[in-house]
Design a protein around this ligand. Sequence first.
Ligand code: HEM
Length: 129
Amino acid sequence: MDTERQTGYQLMGGAHTVRRLVEVFYPKVQADPLLAPLFPTDIEPVMEKQYLFLTQFFGGPNLYSEQFGHPMMRGRHMSVPINNERADAWLRCMNEAMIEIDIEDNLRKMLLERLRGSAYHFINTPGDH
Ligand code: HEM
């Protein structure tokens, strides 16, 4: 396959790696004082949706849209008070999760860069509220 045309999803190793990433990411979210209070105790359904979404976000099959329609992720986060600090905390957990599951450095930076755009785009609350 032409490597330049491979998606992030393919480069990271497909379904197995996305699953691992989600499994390592959410315990970090639940341990983070800024993020934990925002999430339900029963994290499993969130993990499943995130698995479906990240698969599609990184260029894999459109699993999330097949089940839930157009992602409209900013809209789906409107009920969540996201400020700059929480966006940073979310990205920090994601970065740590990627390191922990050994995603190669350049690929990790590329994937994080894409997520960073979304995370800051989702900010809907000023300051540290
Ligand atoms: C910027 C900081 C972020 C915070 C604080 C945050 C927080 C949350 C919270 C509290 C939920 C709802 C959980 C529930 O009650 O069901 C959620 C759902 C979700 N988030 Fe985030 N999120 C952030 C960024 C992101 C990013 C960058 C992405 C992916 C690009 C993302 C993808 C999702 C997905 C796929 C869901 C499930 C949506 C659904 O219900 O269908 N989030 N997020």
